[in-house]
Design a protein around this ligand. Structure first.
Ligand SMILES: C[S@@+](CC[C@H](N)C(=O)[O-])C[C@H]1O[C@@H](n2cnc3c(N)ncnc32)[C@H](O)[C@@H]1O
Length: 245
């Protein structure tokens, strides 16, 4: 998979050189290219922003450098990249959206700053606006890295153990179960006995029940009862009975 990022702060992307994404890039499973928007300006001052029409505070990013950058990247690559524009006004980013992006062979992410990007970039380039949450950040760089990291771990071969991705929060519509490692007792807190039992079926059932318990308690909005299995419903009834005790 290939991901291109257009930004005025290419140096902000060092987090994509380490850990899982960094290793995937080294192994060639994932290609990430970061482009400096100022390289696509035509004036001596390499200007990327200007004052807003209609007045008001702040600056607006100019459309021409974004069009030039996108067109240059389109020319040097095959096929049509999926264009993403991080924006607090966009479609909320979820695990399902990341999964959808991970199936695209090529993503191109445009990072905005200041008051945002001239509206004609969204209109004329056919971008998808994506929000990483109902809050305002100062630029599109962190949202772009969130997208790259979240997408990368869904690309086959990036995370060593694919089962660990499949079991993570949101993958099956539920939050993850609690995890423990050695020692079995730490500061008088014990690892649940069942996890030390070696009884695979009991462990699987306990984990599923804890996923349901956590999701019910922390994110009831995610619990879609109609999609639960018969076993899930029985486990939920057990949880509800336990809570009445
Ligand atoms: C200060 S913000 C602009 C906010 C814009 N004036 C508004 O109120 O919708 C500058 C840039 O940060 C990025 N950004 C800020 N918050 C974001 C969010 N929640 N999700 C995705 N991108 C965001 C976008 O690229 C945006 O163009």
């Amino acid at each position: 998979m290939r991901i291109d990022i257009i930004t005025i702060f290419p140096e902000a992307f060092t987090p994509l050189e380490v850990s899982i994404v960094g290793r995937a890039r080294e192994r060639g499973v994932l290609e990430v290219h970061v482009h400096d928007l100022r390289d696509y300006t035509a004036d001596r001052h390499r200007q990327v922003d200007d004052t807003p029409y209609g007045g008001g505070p702040g600056m607006v990013m100019k459309p021409e450098p974004f069009f030039a950058a996108v067109e240059a990247i389109r020319q040097e690559t095959q096929g049509e990249p999926r264009l993403l524009l991080p924006s607090p006004q966009g479609r909320p980013l979820t695990q399902a959206v990341l999964r959808e992006f991970s199936r695209a062979p090529h993503l191109l992410i445009l990072c905005g700053h200041y008051e945002g990007i001239d509206e004609r970039v969204a209109e004329g380039l056919g971008v998808e606006e994506i929000s990483v949450g109902d809050y305002v950040l100062s630029g599109g760089e962190l949202p772009a890295m969130v997208i790259v990291d979240g997408v990368a771990r869904l690309v086959p071969g990036v995370v060593g153990d694919e089962q660990s991705v499949a079991a993570e929060s949101f993958s099956g519509g539920l939050l993850d179960f609690p995890h423990y490692t050695r020692p079995p007792e730490f500061r008088r807190m014990r690892v649940p006995e069942v996890l030390l039992s070696g009884h695979h079926e009991a462990i699987r059932r306990w984990r599923r029940k804890e996923q349901l318990r956590r999701t019910r308690r922390r994110r009831p909005d995610l619990l879609k009862r109609e999609t639960l299995s018969d076993e899930d419903r029985r486990l939920l009834e057990e949880i509800e009975r336990e809570e009445l005790l």
